[in-house]
Design a protein around this ligand. Structure first.
Ligand code: SF4
Length: 279
């Protein structure tokens, strides 16, 4: 009994420990992401003179695939002078960590010279206008000025340090052609009907033969076996009449065109057309 109770207690403790461990890991994971993975803007050393403003921007491009192309500086100084300053600069879209250095001219001059530094607030907006994404960073103007004065890294150095290889992979595609290779050289001419060298070979066998002389027949008749296919009537309807069950020779059929009767006889599939030549 005591052993069972101890085992159950250990199991409960182990379960609670597992839940607590997972909770702590989850919190740590979220905290790490909050601290290190969220977008950050760094104030850099400008090379554009006294009114220059250089910044670097880092974010998780895999989580947020936006192309940032605009930055805005906004001064809110409700109790001092000037009370408000705003300056927006556009640049070519950047899809990975990047830095830029701009001459903000009069706007930067006003920010640098504003009073009530501990009350004035400076807001930096980094925007991806196409995707509609904006990240806001705000700080007291005093802190901003401290960062500007103490910055040592330039935009060029930031970009070098955060270099991302954006070159596209090169794929090699083997060259293929669907056009057949030319036939090997040969002295043989191609045998086609339009080739004058072989035109004679494509002529009908009878074409070169002397025309067959017509003849008359004395009698035409049909023997048993007609399958009423109509071939004979189609060739010489004046002589042959195909009925429902056989073929007949018409009364008064012309018998002077023996060639045509011969043609019908040769076309007859059952060879039941017979005739006698005159003489
Ligand atoms: S061609 Fe021959 S089989 Fe056909 S209908 Fe004429 S006689 Fe009959």
């Amino acid at each position: 009994m005591n052993t069972t109770m101890i085992a159950m207690g250990v199991a409960v403790l182990a379960g609670v420990g597992l839940v607590v461990t997972l909770g702590v890991l989850s919190l740590l994971s979220g905290g790490l992401h909050f601290l290190f993975a969220r977008p950050r803007v760094e104030i850099l050393k400008s090379e554009k003179g006294e009114t220059g403003f250089a910044f670097g921007f880092k974010w998780n491009a895999a989580r947020e695939p936006a192309k940032f192309n605009r930055i805005k500086l906004r001064l809110f100084n409700p109790f001092g002078s000037p009370t408000q300053v705003e300056k927006t600069v556009e640049f070519s879209p950047k899809s990975t960590n990047f830095a830029e250095d701009f001459d903000m001219a009069e706007a930067m001059k006003q920010i640098l010279e504003c009073d009530r530094l501990d009350d004035a607030l400076l807001e930096i907006e980094v925007m991806a206008s196409k995707e509609g994404v904006t990240h806001y960073f705000s700080m007291k103007v005093r802190k901003f000025l401290e960062k500007v004065k103490s910055a040592t890294q330039t935009a060029a150095e930031f970009n070098e340090a955060n270099k991302v290889d954006n070159s596209k992979p090169v794929y090699t595609i083997p060259s293929r052609s669907f056009i057949a290779d030319p036939l090997p050289a040969s002295n043989k001419a191609l045998k086609i009907a339009t080739n004058p060298e072989f035109a004679g070979q494509f002529q009908s066998a009878d074409a070169s033969a002397a025309p067959q002389e017509n003849f008359a027949v004395s009698k035409v008749w049909i023997e048993d076996g007609c399958i009423v296919c109509n071939a004979c009537e189609g060739i010489f309807p004046e002589v042959f009449e195909v009925t429902d069950d056989t073929c007949l020779i018409r009364d008064g059929a012309p018998l002077d065109d023996g060639l045509k009767i011969l043609e019908a006889a040769e076309a007859c599939p059952t060879e039941v057309i017979k005739f006698n030549k005159v003489g």
